[in-house]
Design a protein around this ligand. Structure first.
Ligand SMILES: [Zn+2]
Length: 158
C-alpha cells in the first residue's frame, strides 16, 4: 500500500481525517501511551468519532474504531460508508508506523459493511497527515467471515 499526498483527499475524506485526529486528544491510554482516534461517516453524512479506551485488564481495552462504530450505532446510524483512523504515540524517540485497524476491528468493520452493503472506505493517517493511506475493508480483510456464512438475515438492522 502506497501513501497518498494528503492534499489529494476530497473534502469528505479530509473532514473525516480531521475528526479522527481531533479524537486523539480524548484518548484514555495510561498503559500504552499510544493514542488512536477514529471517525466514521454514515450514509446520512453524519460523523461519529472516538478514541481508544484502555483498561488495567488489558483485554478489556476498546479500540477507537470499535468505539466510533458503537457511538454511531447508539444513534441508529449503521450505514457506515467511510472510516478514518489516526494514531500518535505519546512515547518519545519511538519509531511510528501509521496504524491500521487490528484484527478484531477489521471483523467489526466488515460486519458493518454487510449492514451497509458497501465496501467501507478506510483512511489511515498520522496525526500530522504526513503519511496517509487509502484502502477498504475488503482489501484489509479479504475472504471475511460474516452473517452470510451463518445464513443470518441482518436486513432488519439496516
Ligand atoms: Zn482494534
Amino acid at each position: 500500500m502506497k501513501p497518498v499526498p494528503s492534499q489529494n483527499l476530497n473534502q469528505d475524506q479530509f473532514n473525516l481525517v480531521a475528526a479522527a485526529i481531533a479524537a486523539l486528544d480524548t484518548t484514555y491510554n495510561p498503559y500504552s501511551g499510544y493514542s488512536v482516534g477514529a471517525a466514521v461517516r454514515t450514509q446520512t453524512g453524519k460523523v461519529f468519532s472516538a478514541s481508544n479506551v484502555e483498561n488495567a485488564a488489558y483485554g478489556s481495552t476498546i479500540c477507537a474504531e470499535r468505539m466510533a462504530i458503537g457511538k454511531a450505532n447508539s444513534h441508529r446510524e449503521r450505514h457506515i460508508v467511510a472510516l478514518a483512523v489516526s494514531s500518535r504515540p505519546d512515547i518519545p524517540n519511538k519509531r511510528h508506523d501509521t496504524a491500521a485497524p487490528c484484527g478484531s476491528c477489521r471483523q467489526v468493520i466488515y460486519e458493518m459493511s454487510q449492514v451497509s452493503r458497501c465496501d467501507i472506505e478506510i483512511i489511515l493517517s498520522d496525526a500530522d497527515k504526513t503519511r496517509v493511506f487509502l484502502t477498504t475493508i475488503e482489501e484489509l480483510l479479504p475472504f471475511a467471515f460474516g452473517p452470510k456464512q451463518l445464513q443470518i438475515d441482518i436486513s432488519k438492522f439496516r
